[in-house]
Design a protein around this ligand. Sequence first.
Ligand SMILES: [Zn+2]
Length: 366
Amino acid sequence: MLTVMRAPSRYVQGANAILELEKHVSSIGTKFYVVADEFVMNMTKEKIEQAFGGDTSKLVFEEFNGQSSMTEIRRIEELLKMSGCDAIIGIGGGRTFDTVKAVGHFSKVSVIIVPTIAATDAPCTALSVIYNDEGEFSEYLFYPKNPDVVLVDSTIIAKAPVRFLVAGMGDALGTYFEARTCLNTKSANLVAGAVSQAGFALSKLCYEILRDYGLKAKLAVENDAVTPAVEKVLEACTYLSGVGAENGGLATAHSIYNGFTILKQCEKTMHGEIVAFGTLVQLILEDQPMEEIENVIDFCLTVGLPITLNQIGLTDYTSEELMRVAQAACKEGETIHNTQGGVTVTEVYNAIVTANAMGEEYLQLA
Ligand SMILES: [Zn+2]
């Protein structure tokens, strides 16, 4: 297997970056189809128009319905076709980007991503997570290229509720451990290649930044403030986590997330929050040293990421439900199968209940 490394063509980040949007996209499009949900549209429409010097002839706005499903992708694809736009801009969070990336790919137009929250590593990747109309995980779609431009406005993100940033750190927490598994087992990354040294180094840096600056960044964002630590953590959650995961590959943590999407009780829990718990499950499943597990638990406790089933929304559950989660996590094609020696449903179930018991233990000590 050949080593493959990919990333967005341009990554821009900083305070009030959105006001410089046109400068960074003018070389890849002439008329832009802007997609955002109602809340984000109200918050950013004026700034986007301002970024284009008030020239609204270059912009067409459309509201996103909230679900990255094939139904929504086809709807926006049709509208884009009629608009005459040659580029699509997705503003908001993960599901908006998943939809916009799919539309950009099917319509063969340039893709620009502007996150307003740092809740997931979706901005930089060349893949979409597709849900069915009921909101359950359905499939991943993989594209031949990454978004053309990813622009992160740290001022906007710092004003969003801190839970989003913490969830982003949860998503980023899995990156290093999942990449390490893929590297060790010579499994393919998300771009069908072997893990590169560069990809692995990014995933490692991602974890180091979380550990060293995560709390500082969280405290700043709780006070709507942008500090150097916020910029570092935003880069970790957006670029290092996304490019790290794509080139480093995924393993158990993300399959555990996919597994829990089948339970209604977890509907309100964010992707990254479940990935954080999934990371703990992965370390138990792989039987990693206690010291490493404690470091991960300490980090989760410090920034407020879940380490128990209760904390990811399961206040009431049966062992039969957990078994169904384990089965879903082990479906064919899931990245959990990148684990050394393979895994069985029973092993995964056992790792979930043990991770939960360990989390409960540390919560009592904290
Ligand atoms: Zn993720």
